[in-house]
Design a protein around this ligand. Sequence first.
Ligand code: AHG
Ligand code: MN
Ligand code: MN
Length: 360
Amino acid sequence: MPLTNRSTLTQFLIEERRRFPEAGGDFNALILNVALACKAIAKAVAYGELGGVLGSHETEQGGSINVQGETQKKLDVLSNEIFLRMNEWAGHLAGMASEEMEQPHPIPVCYPRGKYLLTFDPLDGSSNIDVNVSVGSIFSILRVAEGGAEATAEDFLQAGNRQVAAGYALYGPATMLVLSVGNGVHGFTLDPGLGEFMLTHPDLKVPEETQEFAINASNSRFWEAPVKRYVDECLAGKTGPRKKDFNMRWIASMVAEAHRILMRGGVFLYPRDSKDPSKPGRLRLLYEANPIGFLMEQAGGRASTGRLPMLEVQPESLHQRIGLVFGSKQEVERIERYHAETQAGDRDIPLFAERSLFRD
Ligand code: AHG
Ligand code: MN
Ligand code: MN
């Protein structure tokens, strides 16, 4: 007698695997280890202040800074450790790369090496952790060119359309795991009593049309013309060219924004801007933009740099940053069109400039 009429994550993965009789069990075991890491992080997050895990990570030298130049929170460091320990032993991976580590994590010599690569953002939206707002983890799985050997940083530099699987865990009011193994997007809710992810949201689809956008408007003076144009038109509402009112949201946890968009549509922009010329965007290609992009495309949405489909971008470095737009297909396509039109306009009239409500 089943405990419930819902599938567990394990059952879902076994049933998926039956479609590929030649597949070994490695891949499913890898996903289950990732899910276990997410459950352990969910537990640490849920204890909040009681667990002594809030605040910045302090070393003897003071606060620690990661390769991104960002101050690490205790939970950034703890979540990274959890991902490493839960995934390094099983023999499925040739290496792991994370937001919190400059170089890939080598699989300890006492364990076998496998044919997959795992990249992850162990805690996304970590500026929110001390104020008890939703955070998440993001992961992406690639195949390594040559199994059995230690992965190098170059091995991870694969375009997003080569991802085998991607997903995120959202530590919100409920903990959820949202996963694609290349056959649609499926959402699982953690049953805290059973400690199991249960399939609650099969075959998620991003609604095509929307009236909601998400962008950090404090950066508006640094935006490029096509982004200004798009946002201005949304703000102009019913009386503007879009002829409808838009709503705006900004959680500052991309996982939570991606989840909202999967549930009820919308568009998210963290575009390339001129704020810091050394950073062509805020978010990272390999463990933020690509996995979220994979999920969006698998759910019938779209992800783009504004100029190129995100999943076609050839990565150049492990921690490469990139402008990211994702969500409802029609909105992303519109933003791409505005970029293309601006480029064409720039070629015709060198001093071309967009009017903007955000302009001083
Ligand atoms: P992380 O916590 O992994 O560094 O990522 C935070 C990201 C993303 O989740 C969010 O959308 C964005 O940074 C927020 O940026 P702002 O602080 O500029 O709003
Ligand atoms: Mn992040
Ligand atoms: Mn992070």
